[in-house]
Design a protein around this ligand. Structure first.
Ligand code: AMP
Length: 396
């Protein structure tokens, strides 16, 4: 796996695909600079070598149209602040104006190109467009994990124009290593905690992960499909009746593969999907009609704690309760604390995919787990066992 550490960028122009798809507030200021900060080490390495950096990214979904609201010019000052170098901006990402700006770029300088998705060819993975982009640098660096599952011009197709000069940026390399640690090289026992709302959105992950883990914790809204499938009474809890056969099949496969599955035994049930609903702790198999399980119960948390503390590799995807409401966030917070404790004891913990990152950030667990993945969809597809096109294109 080639990373930027395998190259010397002295007098070279690095064409770096970053993920600067950041949220903007009403005045078009960057509301959260996490993704810019995440790209900093790669950019700094290029500059410190004596090279220059040409940054390309998408922002939002302009669908092939120029849309001033989604211009990357809005983020130029923020990138300058974060990197500590005044960033130049060019109002297109291909063509004469971009080529001229690149030609004038000196070592130590940074140039930000306009939104890639102002050109419909980007998302189509158009080869001629990728070739035009490829003229803007000597070495192609992909540091955008968030789009690594897309075969777009700037994330995948472009790599073929740099057969000997393409590599991963430091952020993307770290993502790949973290996922490998869970999926291939993790120390046993390996545990996956899968929460979230629905079985249907996690099914491919569950099937793939059964070959990699020793323990599987199933929590959150998914619980009730498993419980009902086994004859339990789930009241008004979220449940996918058409996925009950699948749930039984998963349990059967887990048994065959010697994976221990842990499902909640008690839940915090509510008489409404609301923060101020009446609540009670009930047996997961006996949730009365009119009540729905919205968080894990105390006995469940004790069981989960024990499993987490004996695991050496932990993957966490999805909250185990409706954490957006304070009344039903306790289980997810407790889980985060157990993972923190396990991590302090030497376990490797990876959090990623969809809402678990939001939960981790909201409750301040970011610095307590070993790694928080930045790519929602890309992370999920990796866990499903798919080869991401953006990664395959670099490896060749
Ligand atoms: P996902 O994006 O699949 O990880 O799902 C995350 C969502 O699952 C969050 O918005 C949670 O509120 C929701 N969730 C977790 N537990 C439950 C539950 N018991 N009932 C309904 N929704 C839940």
């Amino acid at each position: 796996m080639k990373t930027i550490n395998d190259f010397n960028f002295e007098n070279k122009k690095a064409l770096i695909r970053v993920d600067f798809n950041v949220p903007l507030d009403e005045e078009f200021n960057v509301a959260d600079a996490t993704r810019i900060e995440a790209a900093k080490p790669t950019i700094i390495k290029v500059l410190e070598d004596g090279g220059s950096a040409v940054l390309m990214s998408h922002l939002g979904r302009p669908k092939g149209q120029k849309n001033p609201d989604l211009s990357l010019q809005h983020i130029c000052n923020k990138v300058s602040d974060v990197i500590g170098v005044t960033v130049k901006f060019v109002p297109d990402c291909v063509g004469e104006v971009a080529e001229k700006a690149v030609a004038e770029l000196q070592p130590g300088e940074i140039l930000l190109l306009e939104n890639l998705r102002f050109h419909a060819e980007e998302e189509k993975g158009d080869e001629a467009f990728a070739e035009q982009l490829s003229k803007l640098g000597d070495i192609y660096v992909n540091d955008a994990f968030g789009t690594a599952h897309r075969a777009h011009a700037s994330t995948t197709i472009i790599a073929r124009f740099f057969p000997d000069a393409r590599c991963f940026g430091l952020l993307l390399a770290k993502e790949i290593e973290a996922i490998d640690k869970v999926m291939q090289t993790g120390e046993k026992p390996v545990l996956a905690i899968l929460g979230g709302a629905k079985v249907s959105s996690k099914i491919t992950i569950i099937e793939n992960i059964l070959d990699k883990v020793d323990h599987l914790i199933i929590g959150g809204g998914m619980t009730y499909t498993f419980i009902k499938a086994q004859g339990g009474q789930v009241g008004d809890s979220i449940c996918e009746d058409d996925k009950m056969d699948l749930a039984m099949e998963i349990l059967k496969q887990a048994k065959e593969k010697n994976v221990e599955v842990h499902i909640p035994v008690d839940v915090l049930a509510a008489d409404d999907f609301a923060n101020n609903a009446n609540t009670q702790i009930v047996d997961v198999n006996k949730i009365p009609d009119g009540w729905q399980g919205l968080d894990a119960g105390p006995k469940t948390l004790e069981i989960f704690k024990e499993v987490i503390l004996k695991s050496k590799t932990i993957l966490w995807n999805g909250p185990i309760g409706v954490f957006e409401m304070e009344s039903f966030a306790k289980g997810t917070i407790a889980l985060g604390n157990y993972i923190d404790e396990a991590t302090k004891g030497g376990a490797f913990s990876l959090v990623g995919g969809g809402d678990s990152v939001a939960a981790v950030k909201q409750f301040g667990f970011e610095d307590k787990v070993s790694y928080v993945s930045t790519g929602g969809g890309a992370m999920l597809e990796s866990l499903e066992g798919k080869t991401l096109p953006g990664i395959a294109a670099i490896i060749g």
